[in-house]
Ligand binder design. Structure first.
Ligand code: GTP
Ligand code: MG
Length: 194
Protein backbone atom coordinates (compact mmCIF):
# COMPACT_ATOMS: atom_id res chain seq x y z
CA UNK A 1 0.00 0.00 0.00
CA UNK A 2 1.17 3.54 -0.68
CA UNK A 3 -0.24 6.61 1.03
CA UNK A 4 -1.05 9.37 -1.40
CA UNK A 5 -3.45 11.40 0.67
CA UNK A 6 -3.47 12.18 4.35
CA UNK A 7 -5.33 14.81 6.28
CA UNK A 8 -6.04 15.76 9.84
CA UNK A 9 -9.70 15.15 10.67
CA UNK A 10 -10.22 16.22 14.26
CA UNK A 11 -9.20 15.91 17.87
CA UNK A 12 -11.45 14.26 20.39
CA UNK A 13 -11.58 13.19 23.99
CA UNK A 14 -14.87 11.35 24.32
CA UNK A 15 -16.52 8.90 21.95
CA UNK A 16 -19.29 11.21 20.84
CA UNK A 17 -16.63 13.50 19.40
CA UNK A 18 -14.86 10.83 17.36
CA UNK A 19 -15.44 11.30 13.62
CA UNK A 20 -18.38 9.54 12.07
CA UNK A 21 -17.68 5.87 11.76
CA UNK A 22 -18.86 5.31 8.16
CA UNK A 23 -17.36 1.82 8.15
CA UNK A 24 -13.87 3.25 8.14
CA UNK A 25 -11.39 0.86 9.74
CA UNK A 26 -9.00 2.58 12.09
CA UNK A 27 -5.42 1.83 13.01
CA UNK A 28 -4.41 3.36 16.29
CA UNK A 29 -1.00 4.02 17.74
CA UNK A 30 -0.66 3.63 21.45
CA UNK A 31 2.27 3.64 23.82
CA UNK A 32 4.10 5.56 26.46
CA UNK A 33 4.82 9.20 26.08
CA UNK A 34 7.78 9.91 23.82
CA UNK A 35 7.89 6.41 22.33
CA UNK A 36 7.39 7.90 18.86
CA UNK A 37 3.71 7.54 17.96
CA UNK A 38 3.32 10.89 16.23
CA UNK A 39 6.68 10.55 14.46
CA UNK A 40 5.61 7.17 13.13
CA UNK A 41 2.41 8.61 11.67
CA UNK A 42 4.45 11.34 10.00
CA UNK A 43 6.89 8.79 8.64
CA UNK A 44 4.11 6.59 7.26
CA UNK A 45 2.40 9.53 5.59
CA UNK A 46 5.68 11.15 4.54
CA UNK A 47 4.50 14.36 6.13
CA UNK A 48 6.88 16.25 8.38
CA UNK A 49 4.33 17.64 10.74
CA UNK A 50 0.95 16.08 10.16
CA UNK A 51 1.01 14.82 13.73
CA UNK A 52 2.72 17.06 16.23
CA UNK A 53 5.89 15.66 17.69
CA UNK A 54 8.07 16.92 20.47
CA UNK A 55 11.14 16.27 22.53
CA UNK A 56 8.96 17.05 25.51
CA UNK A 57 6.93 14.01 26.49
CA UNK A 58 3.21 14.50 26.80
CA UNK A 59 2.82 16.47 23.60
CA UNK A 60 -0.28 14.64 22.41
CA UNK A 61 -3.02 15.00 24.99
CA UNK A 62 -6.01 14.42 22.77
CA UNK A 63 -7.04 11.64 20.44
CA UNK A 64 -6.13 12.85 16.96
CA UNK A 65 -7.81 11.39 13.91
CA UNK A 66 -6.27 11.36 10.44
CA UNK A 67 -7.93 10.23 7.23
CA UNK A 68 -5.64 8.24 4.97
CA UNK A 69 -6.32 7.74 1.25
CA UNK A 70 -9.95 8.69 1.96
CA UNK A 71 -10.25 5.15 3.22
CA UNK A 72 -8.86 4.46 6.66
CA UNK A 73 -8.24 6.33 9.86
CA UNK A 74 -4.98 6.62 11.72
CA UNK A 75 -5.46 7.47 15.36
CA UNK A 76 -2.76 9.14 17.42
CA UNK A 77 -3.47 8.50 21.08
CA UNK A 78 -2.11 10.39 24.08
CA UNK A 79 0.95 8.74 25.57
CA UNK A 80 0.83 7.23 29.03
CA UNK A 81 3.43 7.05 31.73
CA UNK A 82 4.81 10.54 31.63
CA UNK A 83 5.87 11.22 35.19
CA UNK A 84 5.94 15.01 35.09
CA UNK A 85 2.25 15.73 34.90
CA UNK A 86 -0.13 16.18 37.81
CA UNK A 87 -2.01 13.07 38.92
CA UNK A 88 -5.33 14.56 37.94
CA UNK A 89 -4.15 15.05 34.36
CA UNK A 90 -2.73 11.53 34.27
CA UNK A 91 -6.05 10.18 35.41
CA UNK A 92 -7.81 12.03 32.59
CA UNK A 93 -5.42 10.67 29.98
CA UNK A 94 -5.95 7.19 31.35
CA UNK A 95 -9.69 7.66 31.01
CA UNK A 96 -9.36 9.01 27.48
CA UNK A 97 -7.33 5.98 26.45
CA UNK A 98 -9.55 3.51 28.26
CA UNK A 99 -12.75 4.86 26.78
CA UNK A 100 -11.15 4.68 23.36
CA UNK A 101 -10.21 1.05 23.88
CA UNK A 102 -13.65 0.03 25.05
CA UNK A 103 -15.42 2.10 22.38
CA UNK A 104 -17.31 0.41 19.63
CA UNK A 105 -14.93 1.35 16.83
CA UNK A 106 -13.56 -1.20 14.45
CA UNK A 107 -9.97 -0.82 15.54
CA UNK A 108 -6.61 -2.41 15.10
CA UNK A 109 -4.10 -1.28 17.65
CA UNK A 110 -0.38 -0.92 17.28
CA UNK A 111 1.32 -0.96 20.66
CA UNK A 112 4.59 0.91 20.38
CA UNK A 113 7.53 -0.02 22.58
CA UNK A 114 10.91 1.66 22.65
CA UNK A 115 13.35 -1.03 21.62
CA UNK A 116 16.04 0.30 23.93
CA UNK A 117 13.97 0.15 27.07
CA UNK A 118 12.68 -2.50 29.38
CA UNK A 119 8.87 -2.34 29.19
CA UNK A 120 7.36 -0.34 32.01
CA UNK A 121 4.57 -1.48 34.32
CA UNK A 122 2.22 0.66 32.27
CA UNK A 123 3.31 -1.10 29.09
CA UNK A 124 2.53 -4.41 30.74
CA UNK A 125 -0.82 -3.14 31.95
CA UNK A 126 -1.63 -1.90 28.48
CA UNK A 127 -0.89 -5.29 27.01
CA UNK A 128 -3.11 -6.95 29.61
CA UNK A 129 -5.87 -4.49 28.80
CA UNK A 130 -5.65 -5.20 25.09
CA UNK A 131 -5.86 -8.91 25.73
CA UNK A 132 -8.62 -8.53 28.27
CA UNK A 133 -10.78 -6.54 25.86
CA UNK A 134 -9.92 -8.92 23.04
CA UNK A 135 -8.59 -6.13 20.87
CA UNK A 136 -6.57 -7.02 17.80
CA UNK A 137 -3.10 -5.64 18.41
CA UNK A 138 0.43 -5.80 17.07
CA UNK A 139 3.70 -4.65 18.55
CA UNK A 140 5.98 -2.13 16.92
CA UNK A 141 9.43 -1.52 18.33
CA UNK A 142 10.41 2.08 17.73
CA UNK A 143 13.70 3.94 17.45
CA UNK A 144 15.31 0.91 15.84
CA UNK A 145 17.99 3.20 14.36
CA UNK A 146 19.54 3.50 17.79
CA UNK A 147 20.60 -0.16 17.93
CA UNK A 148 22.67 -2.46 15.75
CA UNK A 149 21.10 -5.62 14.40
CA UNK A 150 22.83 -7.70 17.03
CA UNK A 151 21.71 -5.44 19.82
CA UNK A 152 18.17 -5.46 18.46
CA UNK A 153 17.71 -9.18 18.82
CA UNK A 154 19.45 -9.29 22.16
CA UNK A 155 17.16 -6.58 23.41
CA UNK A 156 14.09 -8.32 21.97
CA UNK A 157 15.04 -11.41 23.95
CA UNK A 158 15.29 -9.37 27.14
CA UNK A 159 11.96 -7.72 26.47
CA UNK A 160 10.26 -11.05 25.85
CA UNK A 161 11.40 -12.22 29.29
CA UNK A 162 9.33 -9.47 30.80
CA UNK A 163 6.50 -9.14 28.36
CA UNK A 164 4.63 -12.09 26.96
CA UNK A 165 2.76 -11.23 23.82
CA UNK A 166 0.63 -13.52 21.75
CA UNK A 167 1.74 -12.64 18.30
CA UNK A 168 5.26 -13.75 17.42
CA UNK A 169 5.43 -11.26 14.58
CA UNK A 170 6.62 -7.86 15.61
CA UNK A 171 7.60 -4.80 13.62
CA UNK A 172 10.78 -2.80 13.91
CA UNK A 173 10.55 0.82 12.94
CA UNK A 174 12.71 3.88 12.65
CA UNK A 175 10.92 7.10 11.89
CA UNK A 176 14.28 8.77 11.54
CA UNK A 177 15.35 6.52 8.69
CA UNK A 178 11.92 5.29 7.62
CA UNK A 179 13.00 1.69 8.01
CA UNK A 180 10.14 -0.73 8.47
CA UNK A 181 7.85 1.63 6.61
CA UNK A 182 7.15 -0.51 3.59
CA UNK A 183 6.58 -3.60 5.67
CA UNK A 184 4.10 -1.86 7.94
CA UNK A 185 2.25 -0.24 5.04
CA UNK A 186 2.00 -3.58 3.27
CA UNK A 187 0.64 -5.12 6.41
CA UNK A 188 -1.98 -2.39 6.74
CA UNK A 189 -2.88 -2.73 3.07
CA UNK A 190 -3.35 -6.47 3.39
CA UNK A 191 -5.28 -6.12 6.59
CA UNK A 192 -7.87 -3.83 4.99
CA UNK A 193 -8.15 -6.01 1.90
CA UNK A 194 -9.29 -8.97 4.00
P1 GTP B 1 3.64 11.86 23.11
O1 GTP B 1 2.84 12.65 22.11
O2 GTP B 1 4.24 12.66 24.19
O3 GTP B 1 2.86 10.71 23.65
O4 GTP B 1 4.93 11.27 22.34
P2 GTP B 1 5.01 10.44 20.98
O5 GTP B 1 4.94 8.99 21.29
O6 GTP B 1 4.04 10.96 19.97
O7 GTP B 1 6.52 10.74 20.51
P3 GTP B 1 7.04 11.71 19.33
O8 GTP B 1 6.68 11.14 18.00
O9 GTP B 1 6.64 13.10 19.62
O10 GTP B 1 8.63 11.53 19.48
C1 GTP B 1 9.30 11.81 20.69
C2 GTP B 1 10.77 12.04 20.43
O11 GTP B 1 11.40 10.86 19.93
C3 GTP B 1 11.05 13.12 19.39
O12 GTP B 1 12.18 13.87 19.82
C4 GTP B 1 11.36 12.34 18.13
O13 GTP B 1 12.22 13.02 17.24
C5 GTP B 1 12.05 11.09 18.70
N1 GTP B 1 11.84 9.93 17.82
C6 GTP B 1 10.66 9.42 17.41
N2 GTP B 1 10.83 8.35 16.61
C7 GTP B 1 12.16 8.18 16.49
C8 GTP B 1 12.99 7.22 15.78
O14 GTP B 1 12.52 6.31 15.09
N3 GTP B 1 14.34 7.35 15.91
C9 GTP B 1 14.90 8.31 16.68
N4 GTP B 1 16.23 8.34 16.76
N5 GTP B 1 14.17 9.23 17.35
C10 GTP B 1 12.83 9.16 17.25
MG1 MG C 1 2.53 12.33 20.12
Amino acid sequence: MEINKSEFVKSAVVEKDYPEFNNIVEFSFIGRSNVGKSSLINSLTKRKSLARTSKTPGRTQLINYFLINDKIHFVDLPGYGFAKVPDAVKKNWGKTIESYLISNREKIVFLLLDLRRVPSNEDMEMLKWLEHFGIEYYIIFTKADKLSNNEKFKQLKEIRKKLVFKNEDVFFYSSLKNTGREELLNFIGKRIAE
